[in-house]
Design a binder for this molecule. Structure first.
Ligand code: NAD
Length: 501
């Protein structure tokens, strides 16, 4: 066994011991740990903002809103609902269970030790949001921040660890070797956020121990832009969404589908929007982030160089500063190189199409995306996209706006992921919903009548007809049987009864 393997083995076994002591069993203890994370977010707000700025040049407003506040809201939601989430939920009973006075329910129980493996683009949000759900559900969590966002990873290792007990919530830092060694350990649930490629690595490792997984992956999120839309307004919404975190967002707009006529109007409107938002020099704007590292800068540059699209907007680049301004490519063909992999950066291809039907066919011909966007004032068009395209989410007239709405579970479908989270969905993701049936000890006469051998025709007939009935159907059935039995006792049949009256 390698030293990394034995290191990870001891991390997981300490967490399992802590879990087995029942430390997260109570409502009070879970509330306490949730509060500790909130305290970390409040007390270390400036350190978080600084780390995000160092890793991604993230503007302070974006850090406060999309990293700190979104996690604090998730914690508040969990705290406000934890008692009801933890409660056993009654399950409906069929007639015979009702009659016997049995009770049935679903009891959420924690899996045990779970791992949360996070990516670099939202190092606080994408690490702590699942951790909040896992703690609310009563699990111990091995937390693996991304090595790519190095400053945030150091913050987890050096500061975050002071806020929570390390046996229950160890932080594992490092890169692929550490993650690989961690994945070799047997845990009770794996929650992974990152690329589809690594998602397969994670799922293979999970299969070894039959560990359940949630995979929050990526993909190419399309936008269809209808010619009846207010193009200036839509350009504002497209540009602000595409430029956030320099396009390094899993649900970022990857490409636009629209007619050639809309394309021309959109490009003119996007130029205006860029000027409004970032001034004359995008690089100097405090509202625009940076590419995370040289490797990704190079990846994006190569992607751009290999495209046959026309560069319609280029807001400049500066490798030394990891600055890459928005680049809009027009007249991009369906088989262009930028249309193969997820872009995950500030490059925006526009693929001309004839109409909404062609856009739907185009989206259907690709892997299912994490989100699809349709910009149209026409309800029928929006409904058509909702009906005939498949994606983790569908948002009309904006992009990424579904993220802060905790009532909408967030996750992918097909190659963009397995499972979902946010709000109550997170609690459910990290809980096994155990079926509980408590049978009554006093109704033994029913078993003797209906169930035990030697079987009687009357008993098994009655059971056959009532076992799967609702209580109302069952009462009617038994009343009918009672009437028939009484009539039979009196020597009357339903026919004779009818003929006499
Ligand atoms: P990343 O490189 O930081 O990897 C994520 C984690 O996987 C890290 O902790 C890393 O250590 C680990 N890892 C990387 N390669 C590995 C390997 N070969 N074996 C084992 N572990 C490995 O992040 P990334 O994958 O570059 O993130 C970007 C991708 O994540 C994009 O595709 C994006 O769409 C997706 N993403 C999805 C969501 C979502 O919520 N669905 C959110 C953010 C990002």
């Amino acid at each position: 066994m390698s030293s990394l393997d034995s290191q990870m083995e001891s991390v997981v076994s300490r967490a399992r011991e802590a879990f087995n002591t029942g430390k997260l069993h109570t409502y009070e203890q879970r509330m306490q740990y949730l509060k500790s994370i909130d305290t970390f977010l409040v007390e270390q707000e400036q350190a978080i903002v600084d780390a995000l700025h160092a890793d991604l040049g993230k503007p302070t407003t974006e850090s406060l809103l999309w990293e700190v506040q979104i996690c604090r809201s998730e914690i508040a939601l969990a705290q406000n609902n934890l008692r009801s989430w933890m409660a056993t939920k009654p399950a409906s009973r069929t007639f015979v269970y009702h009659l016997a006075g049995d009770s049935a329910g679903l009891k959420p129980e924690p899996y045990g030790v779970v791992t949360v493996i996070a990516p670099w683009n939202y190092p606080i949000y994408l690490t702590l949001m699942p951790v909040v759900g896992a703690i609310a559900a009563g699990n111990c969590v091995v937390i693996k921040p991304s090595e790519v966002s190095e400053n945030c990873s150091n913050l987890y290792r050096d500061v975050f660890t002071k806020y929570l007990p390390q046996d229950c919530f160890p932080v594992v830092t490092g890169g692929i070797p550490e993650t690989t060694a961690l994945l070799r350990q047997r845990v009770d649930y794996i929650f992974y956020t990152g690329s589809t490629f690594v998602g397969r690595v994670v799922m293979k490792a999970a299969a070894e121990h039959l560990t359940p997984v949630t995979l929050e992956l990526g993909g190419k999120c399309p936008v269809y832009l209808d010619e009846r839309s207010d193009i200036e307004m839509m350009a504002d919404r497209v540009v602000s969404a595409k430029c956030m975190n320099a396009g390094q967002i899993c649900v970022c707009i990857d490409y636009i589908l629209c007619t050639r006529e809309v394309q021309d109007r959109l490009i003119a409107a996007m130029k205006k929007a860029l000027h409004k938002f970032f001034g004359d020099n995008m690089q100097k704007s405090s509202c625009y982030g940076r590419i995370v590292n040289d490797r990704h800068f190079q990846r994006l540059t190569s992607m751009l160089d290999s495209s046959n699209g026309t560069v319609a907007i280029d807001m400049g680049s500066d490798r030394a500063d990891r600055f890459m301004g928005l680049k809009v490519l027009s007249d991009v063909s369906a088989d262009d190189s930028v249309m193969k992999d997820e872009i995950f950066g500030p490059i925006l291809p526009i693929v001309p199409i004839r109409d909404a039907d062609e856009a739907i066919q185009f989206i259907r011909s690709k892997e299912k995306p994490l989100a699809a966007y349709v910009y149209s004032p026409d309800t029928a068009t929006v409904e058509k996209f909702a009906e005939f395209t498949s994606s983790g989410a569908l948002v009309a007239n904006d992009a990424m706006a579904h993220l802060p709405l905790a009532s909408l579970p967030f996750g992918g479908v097909g190659q963009s992921g397995i499972g979902s989270y946010h709000g109550k969905a997170s609690f459910d993701t990290f809980s096994h919903h155990k079926s509980i049936l408590v049978r009554h000890q006093n109704m033994e006469f029913l078993n003797k009548l209906l169930r035990y051998p030697p079987y009687s025709d009357a008993g098994s007939n009655l059971l056959r007809h009532s076992l799967y009935r609702t209580p109302d159907e069952g009462i009617l059935l038994y009343l009918k049987a009672l009437v028939m039995a009484t009539l039979a006792l009196l020597g009357l049949t339903a026919t004779t009864f009818r003929s006499r009256h």
